[in-house]
Design a binder for this molecule. Sequence first.
Ligand SMILES: Nc1ncnc2c1ncn2[C@@H]1O[C@H](COP(=O)(O)OP(=O)(O)OP(=O)(O)O)[C@@H](O)[C@H]1O
Length: 456
Amino acid sequence: METLLVIEDDPGIQKQLKWCLADYDVVFAANRQEAITALRRYEPKVVTLDLGLPPDPTNASEGLQTLKEILDLCPNTKVIVITGNDDKDNALKAIELGAHDFYQKPIDDEILSVIIARAFVITNLESENIRLRQSSLDSHGFIGNSPQIQHVCRMVDRIAACEISTLILGESGTGKEVLARAIHDRSPRHDKPFVAINCASIPEHLLESELFGFEKGAFTGAHKTTIGKIEHANGGTLFLDEIGDMPYPLQAKILRFLQEKVIERVGGRQEIPVDVKIICATHQNLQQMMTEKTFREDLFFRISEITIDNPPLRERGEDIVLLARFFLHLANQQTQHKINGFTDEAIAALCQYHWPGNIRELQNKIKSAAIMADGKVISEFDLALTSVDASAQEKMPLNLRQIRDAAEKQAISKALTMTDGNISRAANLLGVTRPTLYTLIEKFSLNADAPSSTTQ
Ligand SMILES: Nc1ncnc2c1ncn2[C@@H]1O[C@H](COP(=O)(O)OP(=O)(O)OP(=O)(O)O)[C@@H](O)[C@H]1O
């Protein structure tokens, strides 16, 4: 049964509505505070709101304020405002503020029921639409639910529908190529090629012929005419990854191709028309490169008609766990291990970690943890994240012994904390004898004399 929130201070009308809205789970609220509490608790998709609420039921200001707060908290809620029979001005004001519909008193049960039922149909259709959009993104291997990534998804939808050059910015491993593919797959060009080239991975002297192709005899070794990546992408999408690494002299040639939509193969004289949607990506600071004159300003403006900032994983909150579960599912398919999930500590460790390598690093960590896990769940130890925090990465410890010592010290402290300083139980947890543990405590100058500790 759907939940309907009715914000109404008149007990008589409450009674009437309860009777005529028996098809719903009706929750009543008599003032703004109660309404917001009920909204948080029941998350109703549809709300009816009498604009005349206490403390001054003759004035609509409290009702309009309630409407604003509801839509601030839950923008997708369908609010049907109920006004006095000659209060059109406030009804229109409410619609301007985002109310779904209005209804003027006196209340006719049948008409109001139809308006409410229609609001439920619309809100359910909208949710279904969002779900379908989300699942079609999922089918492109694109996982994410955080508000940041939902914003990126909306941009992907819009960019896919039009011809606009797109620059995707983001740290390494944040999924820039995945985004570029999602744009292509959702564009009218989806049945034409998607061609990706990483400008940083191809030696400078080869990049030009790789991109533009070459005519037979253009240089030693050019035995036959070969078409380049740009021509391969004709009709589809060209993804220039790490555009910041494009050699300066080649930038001019790329700019000409983008402006005139023609290319010349290396060693050729003929202009060949090419029609591609262009998407570029970089983890570099192009603004700074332009100041340093290592990246052309005119090329920057040509490739960045719109810019997507792909957020780093550490800023994507809930997505970390969502992605971790997704990668665990993949790892289970690839290995014989069938891991059910993560311990609470493992989840906490995943959320706290800095993820310098972003989604790529998360994927690798989950895969190796799934292989290493002894039981049916992945523990924080399987993830091996604790010692690899951001500061530790910057400075390499002196040698292996120092690394081992640090790990031992950390494990002993943890065991002592977990057992409240109980030496016997800590020794059991660590798999060593009590004398060995005493020796180690002394070696690392650990404090085993916490007030609650009971050495047995
Ligand atoms: N939203 C996502 N859902 C699922 N997997 C993802 C997502 N984003 C990225 N990945 C995975 O993370 C890995 C890195 O993604 P990708 O290569 O697109 O990152 P990138 O930002 O282009 O990296 P680089 O800058 O190093 O080229 C890939 O294995 C990709 O499949």
